[in-house]
Write a protein that binds this ligand. Sequence first.
Ligand code: NDP
Length: 293
Amino acid sequence: MKIAFMGLGAMGYPMARNLSPHHEVVVWNRTTAVAERHSSEAGTALARRPDELSDCEIVISILPTSREVDEVVDHLLPEIAAGTLWIDATSGDPSSSRATAERLLQKDVRFLDAPVSGGVPGAEAATLTFMVGAAEDDFTRARPLLELMGRRIVHVGPVGAGHAIKAITNSMMAANLWVASEALVAMRRQGFDMKVALDVINGASGRSNVTENLLPKRVIAGEWPLTFKLGLLDKDVRIAANLVHELHLASPLLALTSQLYTAATTSLGGDADYIEVLRYVAALNGDTDAWRE
Ligand code: NDP
C-alpha cells in the first residue's frame, strides 16, 4: 500500500520508520533535510512538496496542531485521489477535525483523528495507544496500519472524539506534573533526598506516570532530554479547557492548569521540554539552581 507520511518530528520520525518495512512509505517534512535523513535511514521514499503525495491511498499526518494540518490539506486538496483515507495523528482540535473531515469529504476523501499516547519511547517501540475518532468502516480500514505503530487501538467515537479524549487525558498528566513538581520542591526544601522522596511517593497514593517514569529520569538520573515541547502540552490543556467551557461544565482545576501552563510557556518558551515545569516551580519558590547541578 502506498502511504504518505507528513511530519517527521519527535513522534512522526519513529512512527514512519515502523511502517516502512510493511508498506511503500513516502515521507514529507517541512525541513527537507529531515526527510532525506529518514529516507536514507529507513528506506522510505521522499517527497519534496506536499502535492507530490496526492496519489497515495493513505495519508498520515502528525504535526504540531490542527492549523498545520489544515495547511497541508490545502496543498493536497486540489489533486488528492477520491477514496484516500486521511489519518491525523496530531493532538488536534475536535471542531477543526470535524471541519477538515467535511472539507475532505467533498473530494470523497475520508478523515479520521487518531492522536497517540506513549511519548517518544512508545513511538520507537511501536507500543503507542491510538484514540480514534472515526466512522466504523474507516476505523476498520485504518486499524491494521495503526497496529504497526501501536499496541492499543481504541475506537472512541465519531470524528473529533479522538482529539477530545486525548486533550482531556493529557491535561490530567499536566495537572499531575504540576502537583508532583510542587511536592518535590516542598520535599527538597525540607532536605529530603530526592531518591527517597520518589521511592516513598511511588510506594504510596500520590504516585502517577509522572512520578514513576518521567521525574526519576530527570531528578535521579540527571538526564533532561527534549521529548515533548511545553508549547504542545500547553496547546493540549487549552483545547481541553475550551472544550469543557463550551460544555458549560465547572472545571476550575482544569482552568487553573491551563493558566499555569500558559504562564510557564510564556516564561520558558514553547520549545522547552515539558518537564522543565519542575525547575519553573522551583524558581517560583526562589530556587533557581534546583536540579541544575
Ligand atoms: P515536533 O515539534 O517534534 O515535530 C513537529 C513536526 O511538525 C516536525 O516534523 C515539523 O517540521 C512539523 N512542522 C512544524 N511546523 C510546521 C508547519 N507550519 N508546516 C508543516 N510542518 C510543520 O512535535 P512532536 O512530534 O513532539 O508532536 C507532534 C504531535 O504529536 C503534536 O500534536 C503533539 O502534541 C503530539 N504528541 C507528542 C508527543 C511527544 O511525546 N512528543 C506525545 C504524544 C502526542 P520541521 O522538521 O520542519 O520542524
